[in-house]
Write a protein that binds this ligand. Structure first.
Ligand code: ATP
Ligand code: MG
Length: 427
């Protein structure tokens, strides 16, 4: 078995880091519920068509990153590369669009066939939110504030936000012409990917990572100069709302996002402590997607955040407390071992976290494990205690020890959670 390894680009999340993941999830859950966002869970695979239509065939995700396979009925299926398309499909299929504005959030694994690097995996996890059915610029500000509050609430101070507007379809058509006019004379100097994009998806050239392409792009016309008065006004109101909330950002006209369905607001949150894969969270408005997937025109806005990148940042801060049991139970001898299981269960029913030593080894070895467990107390059940229906409690920090009837302990389980007050000897 040892020669079978986890697939390239996947990672086991071991118990030591799971507490960090759970902390992020519970913080997010609480924040979302305070803002009336409700969780939605959609399938991990969908019909391939959903992503081809909902993300766009000219994107990297659909063009080269999807895990697509034929199932046994010869249907083309794809492991979801992102969450939004599935949420919108569920929204339409379950008639949620008839129930007014929807504020939704999700979390789970996503799959993209990429070159694994630090912060870039083939199976990775996202938390995301979507607001479906509002074209109010406050919705854009609300979702951005949720991402910002989540990251700040987890203690991350060192974050930057880039903001842009990509306008609506007409704005982009006008801009695309201006951009292609500007870039065409440089065709030979662009990197091969960007040359290819010039005809297929020229806006994506703006976020090319190639240095030479970046210098050319620096003097390109700005999309912000090609917005209609309505789009301009919408973007002004988003910015005003963010300013009202005290959220700072940098305007970045080169921020275009990778997916075709984005309109108006686009944003990304980055950290300098992540290396090359610096973006933790990205999102924006996607007023075109619901109609693209067969619904009536429905404005929408949302974001997705990369859990692996976020957990990496939090682990650099070392702020995550590891869970500890209250009590470590050791026992030896037939009768004592039989009682240990009952006692452990009885205490757990009373809310005490108990780790039961199952080794049957000498008391000395069991005590060592008790010390390493981080528990407050160690419960000791030997033959003597078992005969008497008693148990010895040892407070591991002070070494204080006393033997009590088991029934007494079950009546006062709270003593297992904290060191007893130190007794001052009589003068
Ligand atoms: P990138 O430019 O890093 O490839 P993206 O634009 O493809 O990101 P989105 O589709 O916007 O990413 O996904 C939102 C977030 O999900 C990203 O900001 C990132 O934190 C995370 N993410 C995306 N792809 C991966 C991956 N392969 N491995 C780990 N995290 C990822
Ligand atoms: Mg990507």
């Amino acid at each position: 078995m040892a020669d079978i390894q986890a697939p390239k680009g996947t990672k086991d999340i071991l118990a030591d880091s799971v507490s960090c993941w759970q902390w992020v999830e519970s913080t997010a859950r609480q924040l979302f519920s305070q803002a009336a966002y409700r969780e939605i869970r959609t399938p991990i695979f969908e019909q391939t068509q959903l992503f081809e239509r909902g993300i766009g065939e000219a994107t990297d995700v659909v063009g080269k990153e999807m895990y697509t396979f034929l199932d046994r009925g010869d249907r083309s299926m794809t492991l979801r590369p992102e969450g939004t398309a599935g949420v919108v499909r569920a929204y339409l299929e379950n008639g949620l669009h008839a129930q007014g504005l929807q504020r939704l959030w999700y979390t789970g694994p996503m799959f993209r066939y990429e070159n694994p690097q630090k912060g870039r995996q083939r199976q990775f996890h996202q938390i995301g939110v979507e607001v479906l059915g509002s074209k109010d610029p406050r919705a854009d500000a609300e979702v951005i504030a949720l991402a910002w509050d989540l990251l700040k609430g987890l203690g991350l101070g060192d974050l930057r936000m880039d903001l842009n507007s990509v306008g609506d379809g007409d704005d982009r058509d006008r801009y695309r012409t201006a951009l292609v006019d500007y870039l065409t004379p440089y065709h030979g100097d662009l990197d091969p990917d960007s040359q290819d994009r010039l005809s297929r998806n020229p806006l994506r050239i703006l976020d090319s990572k190639n240095e030479k392409t970046q210098t050319i792009v620096q003097n390109a016309p700005s999309i912000l100069d090609h917005l209609s008065p309505e789009s301009r006004q919408f973007f002004d109101r988003v910015q005003q709302s963010l300013a009202d909330l005290g959220i700072t950002y940098r305007l970045n006209p080169c921020l275009v996002r990778g997916l075709d369905y984005y309109t108006h607001t686009a944003f990304e949150i980055q950290s300098d402590n992540l290396g090359t894969q610096a973006t933790v969270c990205g999102g924006g408005r996607y007023d075109g997607l619901v109609a693209e997937l067969g619904g009536s025109v429905t404005p929408a806005v949302g974001w997705a955040l990369g859990m692996e990148r976020l957990v990496m940042l939090l682990q650099q801060l070392q702020t995550v407390p590891q869970p500890r049991v209250d009590c470590y139970l050791v026992s030896r001898g037939e009768k004592a071992e039989a009682q240990s299981l009952r006692l452990a269960q009885g205490l757990r029913h009373l809310g005490i976290a108990v780790e039961l030593d199952l080794s049957g080894s000498a008391f000395g070895k069991q005590f060592k494990r008790a010390d390493r467990s981080g528990a407050v107390t160690c419960l000791i059940l030997g033959d003597g205690e078992a005969e008497a229906g008693a148990v010895t409690v040892k407070w591991l920090q002070s070494g204080t020890q006393e033997t009590r009837p088991q029934a007494d302990l079950l009546a006062h389980p709270e003593i297992l959670r904290q060191e007893p007050p130190t007794q001052t000897p009589p003068a």
